[in-house]
Structure formats: C-alpha cells, structure tokens
Design a protein around this ligand. Structure first.
Ligand code: MN
Length: 238
C-alpha cells in the first residue's frame, strides 16, 4: 500500500492544503489557476456515430474531470492502473477568465482567456461498464494524469479558433482527424449552456469533445496532438 502524508503544515490547517492546479501559458512564466474541468460528450457527429449514438443535435451533456487530473506541459502519459483499454481523445481546451450564471451566447466568448490542446484520456473498459450499468463515469474519465494539456494561448494572441484541423497521430500515423468547424456545439454555446447548470468561475476550463477515430494506446506509443492555430502536444505512453 502507498500512503501520501506530509510532515509540516501551515498554521490554520489540519493538513497541508492541496496544491493549486494550474496550466501554463505560452511564452510566459505566469500560470493559469484552474477551478473546475468541464468536459463535453459527443460533440463531433462522426465520433457520436462511432460510439453508437445518433449524431443529430441533441442537447450537449457534460461530465467533469478533477482539476489535478490536468498535467500541464505533459511530455508523458503513465498508463493508468485498473484498465486494459485506455483511449486517446484529442480536444480543444477553453480556459475562462470570467464566469457567471445564464450567460447569453453573444456574451459568452468574452469569458474566454485562451485556448490549448488537451487529451481526454479515457479508461474505455471502465467507462463502458459504467454506461451499461447507468452509473457515473468518473472511474473511466477522472483518474490521475488523465488530462495532459499544452500551454494556453491567450485570445489576445490567437483570437477564437472556430475552424481548422484537429488531429492525433500515434507513432506518426493519423488516428483521429477532424475540423473544429465540425463541433456540434460551438464554444460560445457550450459556455452559455454550462452557465445555466453551474455558476461558471474564472479558472474553469472546458474540454470541448473529440473528433472521430478514438482508440487504444499502448506503452511506448508516441502521441502527437494538434489543433490548428492553437498548437501541438507531444507525449509518450509510459
Ligand atoms: Mn472527451
């Protein structure tokens, strides 16, 4: 058994406070502090079809990862325990600098600080069992190191990406391929809808769904994720 303990703590706390989860910012030493991680399911029609669902525009659905599942500037992905079928999902990540309730679609992009490339790594076998049983997805989605992410690019530098390639290669071979313009729910719509369900906060991030072509990774694989106008993420599966 492994235990985690700390030997000293600041005054006023019974244990040492957990570290603030962060993302890095391109060409900057400053950090983006993360509050929550919202994820959107089935946001590209072709991926909805490959997962056995109707691609028609249904209301989006959401799940969450834990802020400390994010791995800023990840260069490796440790193959997680408890699974034999871990899948890659390349996603555009949206980072919010402001939030609120019931945000209008036309105001929603004003909340965005910037964008990054991320991976929604998924223990597909565990997620599949939970789906079958009608149970929550956390054990499939919200595990340690399950959200590798590249640096954020501020809106002031790249604007709001709405089209362009999003793809993932493994060992130089294309596995996932799509275009940001294939997102069923656009960034502004996702922010607006999420804000009817939750009070969005500065520091919230949204992983916006994955294009078709998800599949398993193996130890030793080299993953290369790309979002046009946003950047690249290179990592190995350890
Ligand atoms: Mn996903």
């Amino acid at each position: 058994m492994n235990t985690v303990a700390t030997e000293s703590r600041p005054d006023g706390y019974v244990i040492t406070p957990p570290a603030q989860a962060t993302l890095s910012i391109a060409d900057s030493a400053e950090l983006f502090p993360v509050h929550r991680v919202y994820c959107v399911g089935r946001n590209y029609a072709a991926h909805a079809v490959e997962m056995g669902h109707d691609p028609d525009k249904e209301p989006p659905f959401f799940f969450q990862k834990n802020p400390d599942n994010l791995v800023p500037d990840a260069t490796s992905f440790p193959y997680p325990k408890a699974s034999k079928d871990v899948h890659h999902e390349v996603e555009l990540l949206v980072a919010l600098k402001s939030g609120g309730d019931d945000i209008a679609v036309e105001d929603a992009l004003d909340c965005v600080y910037g964008y990054g490339v991320s991976l929604d790594m998924t223990r597909r076998d565990l997620q599949g069992e939970m789906k079958k049983l009608g149970r929550p997805w956390e054990i499939g989605k919200a595990f340690e190191m399950s959200a590798p992410a590249g640096p954020l690019y501020p809106v002031s530098k790249i604007g709001h990406p709405t089209d362009g390639d999003i793809w993932l290669k493994i060992n130089e071979e294309t596995r996932q391929s799509g275009d940001l313009n294939q997102m069923i729910w656009k960034t502004a719509e996702m922010i607006s809808i999420l804000s009817t369900l939750f009070t969005l906060q500065p520091g919230d991030v949204i992983m916006t769904g994955t294009p078709a072509g998800v599949g398993p990774v193996q130890r030793g694989d080299r993953m290369h994720a790309h979002v046009a106008g946003v950047g690249d993420l290179h990592l190995t599966v350890d």
